[in-house]
Write a protein that binds this ligand. Structure first.
Ligand code: ATP
Ligand code: MG
Length: 421
């Protein structure tokens, strides 16, 4: 009796997806635009591993953050606990410290790649998604925050979507501001202790600020009446925030002050911002970031101020979809008829590809009508045809497929290119 092997599961893992066709082109465009524009601001590329020791994230993002409490892909390999990166910043700071880069400050890094979070999949929320990420390390001045936000805004502009987003801005103040605020929050939320979600009950003792970022509907109602961080700023925090706002206004970047914006991770201070849209349903944040002056020292590096942000590539291209022109260049097809023509055409095809920048496709066959029909799905502009007769005369026939005109030219890459210009 033979046992049939069990059928393999062929669907992608829940929360993951294949990016194909137009989506792939959009994806590439988003990353390319982000890379190009960030290079104008002096950002240099960095590639860090897709996974790190678990502590890199666990000890930095915060014990009560959603990511650390429930979203990390963590596994043991031998004696090591490893985590697939749920965000870029901690890994880049780890690289900054490991490579002793504090002698080269200031440093500005661009990166892009996959990010992994085990959250509930829905439209615009995946378990593997991709980010473009910017970190500006070494400046404690508000100019660095302004520059970063200006860069993010330029990127959205280049994608044709800036006018469909709102820049929401807040300041988390300095340590002293937050310590004072924390007391006021605990006093406020303690009055609603019974009604808070279980997560927020735990946050109340560990990190009450985190409750402000709760996604629970009932928590949100309670949060609406909570004290405002702005009322607890120190002079220093106030001044820093004012300078950021003045700088943005001076360069014409509109923003909306959102005193409830706290961001999902513990390492932020001072500036926090998000570019949001109402066009992507409930997953409306396309790019977000803030200042993190304590992170590098918390990880054991020298005290180093920094500010950074990340954009979700899938959300960005979804929003940009209707604005980006995805027209692919039209190819030319080379149709050699018969064995002799085929072997003669190889060098020609190779040369055309090397010299022209045109997309060149080879469609050998014996029946011209059939080959043209097969090639038509590529929407070619010209067909370059050679049968025995042309081969003998060292010529090719060029068919302009839009105008159904044809001409005969010499069998050289240069003559063919001249004829199709
Ligand atoms: P959200 O509030 O939507 O959960 P977040 O605060 O967790 O976002 P960040 O950690 O700031 O997000 O990540 C930066 C950007 O990455 C977000 O603004 C968003 O565009 C994108 N992003 C975050 N989580 C996901 C996800 N699960 N799927 C797709 N994109 C995501
Ligand atoms: Mg999240």
């Amino acid at each position: 009796m033979s046992t049939k092997p069990q059928a393999m599961k062929l669907q992608p893992v829940r929360g993951t997806q294949d990016i194909i066709g137009d989506d792939y082109a959009l994806f590439e465009r988003v990353v390319t635009i982000a890379r190009d524009i960030s290079s104008r601001y002096g950002f240099k590329g960095i590639i860090t591993p897709n996974f790190e020791f678990t502590d890199v994230f666990k000890r930095t993002l915060g014990d009560t953050s959603d990511i650390v409490t429930k979203e990390m892909y963590t596994f043991n390999m031998g004696d090591d606990s490893i985590t697939l990166r749920p965000e870029f910043t901690a890994g880049i700071c780890r690289a900054f410290i490991s490579n002793g880069m504090h002698h080269q400050l200031p440093l500005k890094f661009f990166s892009s790649g996959p990010v992994f979070r085990h959250e509930r999949p829905q439209k615009g929320r995946y378990r593997q998604f991709h980010q473009i990420n910017l970190e500006s390390i070494g400046s404690a001045e508000p100019t660095a925050d302004i520059e970063l936000i200006a860069l993010a805004s330029d990127m959205l502009e280049a994608l044709g979507i800036r006018s469909r987003t709102t820049l929401e801005l807040n300041s988390l103040g300095d340590d002293e501001s937050r310590a004072n605020y924390r007391e006021a929050l605990v006093a406020y939320f303690s009055r609603y202790q019974q009604e808070l979600s279980d997560d927020s009950k735990m946050r109340l003792t560990k990190n009450p600020l985190r409750i402000l970022d709760s996604k629970d509907e009932n928590d949100k109602k309670i949060v609406a009446g909570a004290p405002i961080l702005g009322d607890f700023y120190t002079e220093n925090a106030k001044q820093f925030f004012n300078m950021v706002q003045q700088g943005l206004s001076a360069i014409g970047i509109a923003f909306h002050l959102n005193p409830k914006l706290v961001r999902g991770l513990d390492y932020y201070c001072h500036t926090a911002f998000e570019f949001t849209t109402t066009e992507l349903g409930s997953q409306g944040t396309v790019l977000a970031g803030g200042r993190y002056d304590k992170l590098i020292s918390m990880m054991g590096g020298p005290e180093t101020p920094a500010v950074g942000c990340a954009g979700g590539v899938e959300r960005l291209y979804e929003l940009a979809r209707t604005h980006l022109n995805l027209q692919q260049p039209r190819p030319i097809v080379i149709i050699p008829m018969g064995e002799a023509a085929l072997s003669a055409s190889w060098t020609l095809v190779h040369e055309l590809r090397q010299k022209s920048g045109i997309v060149v496709e080879l469609y050998p066959g014996n029946n011209l009508g059939k080959q043209l029909k097969k090639a038509s799905k590529l929407n070619p502009s010209h067909a370059v045809i050679m049968g025995d007769q042309e081969l003998a005369a060292n010529q090719v026939v060029i068919k302009n497929l839009d105008q159904s005109q044809q001409s005969t030219v010499a069998f050289t890459a240069a003559d063919i290119l001249r004829a199709i210009q």
